[in-house]
Design a protein around this ligand. Structure first.
Ligand SMILES: NC(=O)c1ccc[n+]([C@@H]2O[C@H](COP(=O)([O-])OP(=O)(O)OC[C@H]3O[C@@H](n4cnc5c(N)ncnc54)[C@H](OP(=O)(O)O)[C@@H]3O)[C@@H](O)[C@H]2O)c1
Length: 339
């Protein structure tokens, strides 16, 4: 029987951001993966907040901020103060032009019914557009590669948003070391946090160490291996984290679902994780998992060996020109891929 009691938010481990502010290390993802509608996700946010979640990972492209906003208002009406909450959002790839990132954040704030978000990200470092539910081979002829001058145009808008008090911190997402090397030289204000894919079968150890070494707080998305991800992100050879024999054996030893092993591992490894679920028994146990019964050092070492190089969110719909290989987006040969 799942323990459905709320979790004390004070027991949830915290990650320190530059400047000393603390962010919960488990948050609620809000991407419905084209499978759960906005009302279902908003309902899960309500349940999660009542269960003790304080970090919520939103984005304009998830198409549900306008329904999540009233839930935040409701939760605050129930006595959770704004400064107990840590709410993130992101500017989507089709709003990178002059003034557009600012307009996107302003719209997000209207939708979320907030005066400010805690952290505002550039969702992807490529300006482009693809329709909801796009096929894996969808190709937009206007897509563009990473161009530092264009990216700086977006980043400067995020700095303006911070100066105006519309976001308290600013961050990047889906970056690589070559892009970060160039960006950190130019950025003026460095990012406070990064969102990057991390789960046992895709640990991104080098990028994680790079981010931590630069004082950038790491947040891992798809922490459970995103079993419900959109079809376009499912490719032959993908490995399932929760079905991995090492993860399953550790789960059996602890008497828990493998999902909870993935989350304990993430937090003990030192990064935040933002699992998604609309099912109360899942999202409550996800939060509770990091407050009790930690993994042993030996189990942590065993999971290190689970690494399989299995990137799930490949981003192929963002390719530009005639390029067809999604690996190009991730600068795997150490150089930034361009036209
Ligand atoms: N910055 C970015 O570019 C980016 C990219 C991707 C995601 N994200 C963020 O990261 C969040 C999480 O990623 P995600 O939703 O793709 O994947 P995920 O959290 O790895 O997986 C979510 C799925 O795992 C299952 N699950 C959750 N808790 C479980 C439990 N305790 N036991 C068994 N199954 C469980 C649920 O399946 P069922 O629905 O079948 O229950 C749920 O749909 C997103 O919601 C979004 O906020 C950010």
């Amino acid at each position: 029987m799942a323990d459905m009691r709320p979790v004390d938010p004070n027991l949830v481990p915290k990650l320190k951001l530059k400047g000393g502010e603390k962010m919960p290390m488990i948050g609620m993802g809000t991407f419905g993966s084209d499978r759960y509608d906005a009302a279902q996700v908003a309902g899960a946010v309500r349940g999660a907040a009542r269960a003790g979640y304080r970090l919520f990972d939103c984005a304009s492209v998830y198409g549900n901020e306008a329904l999540i906003g009233p839930v935040f208002a409701e939760i605050m009406g129930e006595g959770v103060s704004r400064d107990e909450l840590f709410i993130t959002s992101k500017v989507w790839n089709d709003m990178h032009g002059p003034g557009q990132a600012i307009a996107s954040c302003e719209q997000t704030l209207r939708d979320l019914r907030l005066d400010y978000v805690d952290l505002f990200f550039v969702h992807w470092p490529f300006p482009n557009f693809h329709p909801k539910g796009a096929a894996p081979d969808y190709h937009n002829p206007d897509s563009r590669p990473f161009i530092i001058q264009e990216f700086m145009g977006v980043w400067q808008q995020l700095q303006t948003l911070k100066a105006r008090g519309l976001t308290r911190h600013i961050g990047v997402s889906n970056m690589t070391i070559p892009k970060m090397e160039l960006f950190l030289k130019e950025c003026g204000e460095p990012p406070a946090a990064v969102e990057m894919e991390m789960h046992p079968c895709f640990q991104q150890e080098e990028l994680l160490r790079y981010m931590v070494g630069h004082g950038i707080a790491p947040i891992g998305f798809c922490p459970l291996g995103s079993p419900e991800r959109p079809e376009r992100d499912v490719t032959p050879g993908d490995v399932s984290d929760m079905e991995h024999p090492v993860v399953q054996a550790i789960a059996a030893a602890h008497g828990v679902h493998p999902a909870l092993v993935c989350l304990k591992w993430a937090v003990q490894r030192g990064h935040a994780a933002i699992p998604f679920s609309v099912r109360p028994e899942e999202y409550i146990s996800n939060l509770r998992a990091v407050t009790e019964d930690p993994l042993t050092d030996q189990e942590m070492r065993a999971i290190k060996a689970v690494e399989s190089g299995c990137r799930l969110v490949k981003g192929q719909v963002f390719l530009w020109g005639e390029h067809k290989d999604w690996r190009l987006l991730w600068d795997e040969d150490g150089a930034i891929a361009g036209w």
